[in-house]
Design a protein around this ligand. Structure first.
Ligand SMILES: *[C@@H]1O[C@H](CO)[C@@H](O)[C@H](O)[C@H]1NC(C)=O
Ligand SMILES: *[C@@H]1O[C@H](CO)[C@@H](O)[C@H](O)[C@H]1NC(C)=O
Length: 343
């Protein structure tokens, strides 16, 4: 493992989705009345309450724009994925991204990469992998409005290797990482890196369970008693060679993998089903876990990705993201900074 105290980090300038406004003009003739009705219905469905009429009107305006964007997106271009009016429909893309996507990408990752890749010589990989079917994936979790996606990503791959090495699937604690992993660059709800989370778990001699150190969704003080309870241990971690989807496939064929992606777009915010083919860039801002791969009925290759935005988002909390794209970085940069714990 390589450490470098001079590592530089930077926060992202988030990409705003210009499409949101581009499509607005086409929907001006929609009746505001029926849209108000839909907003009210949606508020009931998701238990939304606004603090006053002004806030409600503001949220209605955003909801209306988002609904128009979603409906236009679903009706043009014969896309392989659908968007949905989900619980995030009254948030602008900027608001949404700012509160959740806090993977702190490296300014220069090359100096901090590990150099060994234990799956380098894997020659045959199955055509389909789904670690859920092997009981190596816990139910989808919900990070809420705390930018600790990095902790959820690191925990998902740690849960996976723990199951594969011990036979036991145990839901592990993100909150312990949020509260206790503060000596390096990880900053709880303000962001962090999966590799730094692995370093913490190694140095701490393990991680406690979700049940013993439950998720709170806010920064807290480290509970040192619970921190001392080491239920799942890892011995190290490795980075998957960057910009190599085949290397990523070899790794995923062997265990769930932590990846960073660019999840900043409106299409990601409202993804509902199908194989996601973009749009997105490669400004990594979100940590998730690849728990399989396959080929869709439309014969599009995909990565099976576990997100941490609850089960109402996407395909019951998962997204299938296109695999084998022309760009070496992979769709949304999925092959740029993949890594996994070893046991
Ligand atoms: C739409 O996409 C599907 C699957 O990707 C494809 O089979 C079909 O031919 C497409 N239809 C049109 C009209 O392009
Ligand atoms: C891959 O195989 C080569 C040749 O047998 C060997 O030298 C190397 O150590 C292997 N790499 C790994 C990661 O197992």
């Amino acid at each position: 493992m390589v450490t470098n105290n001079q590592m530089h980090y930077f926060s992202f300038t988030f990409v705003l989705c210009l499409g949101l406004w581009a499509f607005q003009a086409t929907s001006r003739n929609l009746q505001d009345d029926s849209m108000h009705e839909r907003h009210e219905q949606w508020m009931g469905q998701y238990g939304k309450v606004y603090k006053n009429a002004k806030e409600r009107e503001k949220r209605f305006g955003i909801f209306k724009e988002n609904v128009n964007y979603i409906e236009v997106s679903n009706s043009v271009g014969n896309k392989s994925y659908k968007l949905g009016i989900n619980e995030f429909a009254d948030l602008t893309n900027h608001e949404f991204v700012a509160s959740r996507n806090k993977f702190n990408a490296y300014l220069d990752g090359s100096s901090t990469k590990t150099t060994t890749f234990k799956y380098h010589n894997v020659s045959a990989v199955p055509s389909t992998v789904d670690w859920r079917l092997e009981g190596a994936v816990t139910p989808v979790k919900d990070q809420g409005q705390c930018g600790c996606c990095w902790a959820f990503s690191a925990v998902a791959s740690t849960e996976g290797i723990h199951k594969l090495s011990t036979g036991n699937l145990v839901s592990l604690s993100e909150q312990e990482l949020v509260d206790c992993d503060t000596s390096g660059e990880d900053q709880g709800c303000e962001g962090g890196l999966m590799d730094d989370a692995f370093k913490f778990i190694i140095q701490n001699n393990g991680l406690n369970t979700e049940a013993e150190y439950p998720y709170q969704g806010v920064d807290g003080t480290c509970n040192t008693n619970e921190e001392g309870n080491h239920v799942a241990t890892i011995s190290g971690y490795e980075d998957v060679p960057a910009n190599d989807e085949l290397a990523l496939q070899k790794a995923v064929a062997n265990q769930p993998i932590s990846v960073a992606i660019d999840a900043s777009g409106s299409d990601f915010q409202f993804y509902s089903s199908g194989v996601f083919t973009g749009s997105c860039g490669t400004e990594l801002d979100h940590g998730v876990a690849v728990v399989g791969y396959g080929v869709s009925e439309d014969e599009i290759e995909y990565w099976l990705v576990k997100n941490s935005w609850g089960i109402k988002w996407g395909e019951e909390g998962y997204i299938r993201m296109q695999r084998g794209v022309d760009a070496l970085e992979g769709l949304c940069g999925i092959a740029m900074q993949a890594s996994y714990p070893t046991a």
